[in-house]
Design a protein. Structure first.
Length: 122
């Protein structure tokens, strides 16, 4: 699979939004936690922790996954998997913090969401 381009040249973060390009909410409702759970690890404290490169968040009422841009260098296969998941499910992508996101584009269905994640870590 060839790499999809980032929505911006080289953002610090990429946000996979829980809305399809046609504007429908992506289901199941816990998709973001499930996706991030695939890269979770058990720490020395025997608690499950999300990868430092992925974080499920709720932004403007949408479930999203924030992908740290460093993941591409650390684990290219995981990065490609995430982009493939977004592409296969026709999910909207946008730059995360560190870059200014553009406003919504009616032609593509992309929507701007708040840059302040309100997600939770485990």
């Amino acid at each position: 699979m060839s790499s999809q381009p980032w929505p911006d040249a080289h953002p610090h973060e990429l946000v996979i939004q829980g809305v399809t390009q046609s504007g429908e909410r992506f289901r199941p409702s816990d998709w973001a936690e499930r996706l991030c759970g695939m890269m979770s690890v058990f720490g020395e404290d025997k608690h499950l922790s999300y990868s430092p490169y992925l974080k499920p968040v709720i932004a403007d009422g949408l479930s999203c996954v924030v992908v740290d841009g460093r993941l591409q260098a650390v684990d290219a296969a995981a990065f490609e998997f995430l982009l493939g998941f977004a592409h296969d499910n026709e999910l909207c992508l946008r730059p995360g913090r560190g870059r200014q996101a553009s406003s919504a584009s009616p032609a593509t269905g992309e929507r701007r969401v708040a840059d302040t994640p309100s997600g939770r870590s485990r």
